[in-house]
Write a protein that binds this ligand. Structure first.
Ligand code: MG
Length: 330
């Protein structure tokens, strides 16, 4: 499979801060995947000898024809970890941006094609409605069928299509665990000082625990979380609640594009979220919009006029700036 030579080194920027860099050496098939993966982030002009240069929120990635790929910037490890399949080695040096060994375990070879659990959440950026998190277990044998059914990155699909595919995939009978964090509980935790990140960590963790009770854990190669924070932050949140990460838990950004289990979990979570929003809309007699746009602010004003501000506690994430922005419509 892929072979990687990994070199870390650090450079000193003009401002005097240390920016870390990571160089991976990858084969042509990985270069091709990278090209497709980063296409929408291309950052021209491309340097001489390179195939592309791309910029993400974590790093600038420059891929060379030789197979060398350079990751530079704020947290190059976040980007590089997507492509690593061998354990990281870190040279001496200080970069708090690079997580401690053992906390950035790279995905084992063939993991994505093996039986595994995937988890994803939705509703986190939506003012109205709960957060829903799902973990799903997909076997190697089910991957082709699920792909056939259209299980893929739900960001590319309409809610109607997502609902239809979810129905089909549930017929296949994949084990899953689905949790909903209702808005009143969300707001309560938020006021207690919980960040949304911590809520997500605990929800993901609980879905993993529940799902592992439904399957024979020995048949699963591990758990893949659609990465929403650095692994050490994930661990920190778990420790704050006297929990720790389950064995063989891995993280990958945009995991729904690579893992059928994560894609399935994402669809199930989204379908539940949409249903919750529909039910909340029905209960208040106002169509509650998804997202957190200015149109949402107008909807908030409608809710306040009809029921008073306290109603928002039950149907919305009240700490979002939208709550204040709605004032101008009152
Ligand atoms: Mg996600």
């Amino acid at each position: 499979m892929y072979s990687f030579a990994i070199v870390y080194f650090y450079s000193k920027s003009l401002e005097g801060t240390h920016l870390s860099q990571i160089v991976l050496t990858v084969d042509q098939s990985v270069l091709t995947k990278m090209y497709t993966y980063y296409k929408s982030h291309f950052f021209e002009p491309f340097p001489a000898g390179s195939i592309f240069r791309a910029k993400t929120t974590h790093a600038v990635i420059t891929a060379y024809k030789s197979g060398k790929v350079l990751f530079q910037g704020k947290s190059p490890d976040s980007e590089a970890s997507i492509w690593q399949t061998t354990p990281q080695k870190q040279t001496k040096g200080n970069s708090s941006k690079i997580s401690k060994p053992g906390h950035t375990d790279a995905l084992p070879i063939n993991f994505l094609d093996s039986n595994h659990i995937g988890s994803d959440e939705t509703g986190t950026g939506d003012y109205f409605g709960p957060i829903t998190v799902c973990a799903a277990f997909v076997t190697h044998e089910q991957i082709a069928l699920l792909k056939e059914l259209g299980v893929e990155d739900s960001k590319n699909l309409t809610d109607v299509k997502i609902k239809a595919i979810t129905k089909d995939l549930l017929h296949v009978g994949i084990p899953y665990s689905l949790l909903t964090l209702p808005n009143d509980r969300y707001n309560q935790l938020q006021k207690q000082g919980w960040s949304q990140g911590k809520m997500k960590v605990m929800l993901h963790h609980h879905t993993h625990q529940h799902l592992l009770k439904k399957i024979n854990p020995d048949t699963s190669k591990g758990i893949l979380v659609d990465q929403f924070c650095q692994p050490y932050i994930y661990d920190r949140h778990l420790h704050s609640e006297h929990e720790s990460r389950l064995p063989n838990t891995y993280f990958l950004t945009k995991a729904e594009s690579y893992s059928t289990a994560v894609a399935a979990a994402s669809l199930i979570a989204r379908t539940r979220f949409v249903r919750e929003i529909d039910e909340l809309s029905e209960s208040v007699g106002i169509e509650l919009l998804k997202g957190a746009s200015a149109k949402v602010d107008q909807t908030i004003a409608k809710v306040i006029k009809k029921y008073g501000k306290t109603k928002l506690e039950q149907i919305a994430k009240v700490h979002f700036a939208n709550t204040d922005k709605a004032q101008k419509y009152l």
